[in-house]
Design a protein around this ligand. Sequence first.
Ligand SMILES: Cc1cc2nc3c(=O)[nH]c(=O)nc-3n(C[C@H](O)[C@H](O)[C@H](O)COP(=O)(O)O)c2cc1C
Length: 250
Amino acid sequence: MGVFAEQYCRRMIVAGIYVQSNVFLAPITGYTDIAFRLLAESYGAGVAFTEMVYVEDLLRGRRRAVESARFDAQEPVRALQLIGGDPSLFRLLCGSPLLSDVEWIDINMGCAIPEIVRSGRGYALVHDLQRASGIIEACKSSGKAVSVKCRPGMDVKERSIQAFARMCEDAGADLLTVHGRPGNQLHEGPVLYDSIADAKACISIPVIANGGIFSEEDAVAMMRQTGADGVMIGRRGLEDSRIFAALTGL
Ligand SMILES: Cc1cc2nc3c(=O)[nH]c(=O)nc-3n(C[C@H](O)[C@H](O)[C@H](O)COP(=O)(O)O)c2cc1C
């Protein structure tokens, strides 16, 4: 068994939900469908999120959105990622039977694609604490587990993570995932370990660290340098899903 599995892998309880490990599969548009989530979970992934689904598309019953929000009975945790910018639409969706199968809502507040940010969704919410808080509260009103996925800032100089992390906790989020790359780097370049550590230091809900984990050594370094409660893996999981088994010892 490797260092991560021995020293850092643990089970979690999040909002009353049993989570088999603190190694999560990232939401990846076009890839994290039922088959891929089940594979990651069979290798020990604690939570495997759907791709991001637009709140408006689910409310309108658009086929792709409805399909992306489907789960298999074998999935240990049914975790849906939502993206949107209007708290009242989140409230409408969360109070409707459309989410009756969902146990865990993850809110995308990290997507930095320019059109999405311009539309007031994704990363734009890191700069609009009031609206972000309204969205978290709307999701919490469903009684489900609620997490937020964010980034430390738009560029390396921006350090807005602590105010944002505190807002998430105060609004009722059960967990925060930080993708440690600034928004202007999208999915490339160095990860700001210190920003993830800053988030971890100022809140008491679990913090999951994401970005650039391609090996067990990367996962161990992420835990050591951030003090995070767990890791989230994206692209390496697509290349070789056995990374989950290597980290969890399953
Ligand atoms: C093709 C692609 C699609 C993605 N789709 C989503 C998404 O739907 N929701 C989300 O929060 N992040 C999305 N991401 C970001 C990943 O969840 C993750 O934060 C990012 O890839 C960094 O993790 P990694 O270095 O382990 O891949 C996507 C990334 C890629 C490369």
